[in-house]
Design a protein around this ligand. Sequence first.
Ligand code: NI
Length: 128
Amino acid sequence: MSLKKINIAEKFSLFDDLWSPKVLGEANQQLIKVAKGQGRLVWHAHEQEDELFIVFKGELKLHLQPENAEPQIVSLLPGEMFVVPKGMQHCPEADVETHFMMLEPKSTQHTGSHQTSQTVAITEQKWI
Ligand code: NI
């Protein structure tokens, strides 16, 4: 068990690739991940898992498609967070380079069941 504290800003300085989650730690079967985003990921849903986003820099626009309702965009600024409910279609987008944290179960694929060229398999998501 590591008893070292983690400096989140320092971790963001260690990588530049976009929409590629890095793992910082785990707690209660959940992984704490950080990622940078700019442009769009892909529409997807996590059937069994809620997904928490916390923004540190930039602006994360979460496009949401609730069932039987109009699409919405939740725009998150630094210091703001949002939980995408399980099963809801969503697509993260950022106009400027955006830094954010995610909390999600170990089993969560970041593009849900939607495999694309942007998909990074869970086994390839590096601990930093
Ligand atoms: Ni997602």
